[in-house]
Design a protein around this ligand. Structure first.
Ligand SMILES: Cc1cc2nc3c(=O)[nH]c(=O)nc-3n(C[C@H](O)[C@H](O)[C@H](O)COP(=O)(O)O)c2cc1C
Length: 372
């Protein structure tokens, strides 16, 4: 596929599937069980409609930049942590980090990355956060945090929804095994040997508790976010624990079969936490209007997972950049059609349930989520 001719992100998906080894595709696309939570994510976006305004101020060049922990991003779309990216392209995380940097956004780098943290940090030019999986012991986790500090990670994203391996029937049926050419340099550099992937005796992750979160919070001055929050009570607890934000996520539907769609979870969580508390969302974001829907329901930014891996597979750094550029263009186009001058003008009044008014519980009562 000529990536410059892609009309929509789904074009990258079709082309990537057609050109990828079936077992890698099964791993990339896979969801827990038979994929119920993957479908829940995309269904949730389909269940929300946008309500345009008219006659606002000039909307010909809508403003899309967003500040996160002092860094101004050109748009509120980040690269979610994924691994192993080496399955999809030999440049793996380096290509993604460069594309994120070139586009003016940032990459959340997985603990399970192929390349070393020093190489990825250099490619990212400062625009990166570290996603944290806790392996083996607190000593290993502390080493990882110190390394992230040393290499300039601007936030830590602690994944809370993948302590235990999930069954993914499609991936298992395809016989996916992490191939030998995939390395886990970051893990090795903190002294964790072995492979975390499917088809191997998986290295156990520490099942983190709130006590561990408090410990982690006290360990570093880097902002800490919890990833994998779906329940409003957990969001409230995250606020109390003093973390800097949460990523509302079901791991792209890859962990709990039948997990709720993340947009539904966002609509329940946003009214439950203080309006300045940082909410990010991932799962099923595939176009500019999805970004707008998430922002309208209270997310400060979204992350994408599979879409940039499709681009990575097709054309390395250029492919990732092409996916991001398409989303940026769609975001601007959606804002123009909504007659909004920029993302700061998005609020809950521009979304409504497409069908049932009972689609989410917080909708009628929610206040506009406003960040200082
Ligand atoms: C192939 C693949 C690998 C992933 N690896 C990780 C990971 O290493 N750490 C993590 O926290 N989440 C991981 N995730 C979950 C993503 O961070 C993110 O939550 C999800 O992909 C978002 O959904 P989307 O793919 O529909 O955009 C992975 C997802 C995919 C598809």
């Amino acid at each position: 596929m000529d990536i410059a001719r892609a009309l929509e992100v789904a074009d990258f998906e079709r082309a990537a599937e057609a050109s990828m080894a079936p077992q890698y595709w099964a791993y990339l696309a896979g969801g827990a069980g038979n994929g119920g939570a993957v479908r829940a994510n995309s269904d949730a976006f389909g269940q929300v409609s946008l309500v345009p305004r008219i006659a606002m101020e000039d909307c010909s060049s809508p403003a899309t930049s967003r500040r996160l922990f002092g860094r101004i991003l050109t748009m509120p779309v980040l690269l979610a942590p994924t691994s192993p990216q080496r399955l999809f392209h030999e440049d793996a995380e380096l290509a993604c980090a460069r594309a994120a940097r070139a586009t003016g956004t940032l990459m959340v780098v997985s603990t399970d990355s192929h390349f070393g943290m020093d190489q990825i940090a250099a490619a990212a030019g400062g625009a990166w956060w570290l996603q944290l999986y806790a392996y083996q012991s607190r000593e290993h986790v502390e080493r990882l945090v110190r390394m992230a500090e040393q290499h300039g990670a601007e936030a830590l994203v602690v994944t809370m929804d993948a302590h235990f391996a999930a069954r993914r029937f499609g991936t298992e049926r395809a016989g996916f095994v992490t191939p030998a050419f995939v390395d886990f340099s970051i893990m090795r550099s903190i002294g964790v040997e072995g492979k975390p992937g499917a088809g191997h005796a998986r290295i156990a992750r520490l099942p983190l508790t709130w006590k561990d979160v408090e410990w982690l919070r006290g360990l570093t001055r880097i902002p800490v976010l919890l990833k994998g929050v779906l329940h409003p009570d957990d969001a409230r607890r995250a606020v109390e624990t003093g973390v800097d934000g949460i990523v509302i996520s079901n791991h792209g539907g890859r962990q709990l079969e039948s997990a709720s769609g993340t947009l539904n979870a966002l609509a329940d969580i946003a009214p439950a936490v203080p309006s300045q508390f940082l909410l990010l969302l991932d799962g099923g974001v595939r176009c500019g209007s999805d970004v707008v829907k998430a922002l309208a329901l209270g997310a400060r930014a979204v992350c994408i997972g599979r879409p940039y891996l499709w681009g990575l597979h097709l054309a390395g750094e250029q492919g990732v950049a092409a996916v991001l550029a398409l989303l940026a263009a769609e975001l601007r186009g959606t804002l123009q059609q909504l007659n909004l001058p920029g993302i700061d003008a998005i609020d809950a009044s521009i979304v409504r349930p497409a069908s049932s008014p009972h689609f989410w519980s917080g909708y009628r009562s929610m206040e506009v989520h406003s960040y200082a």
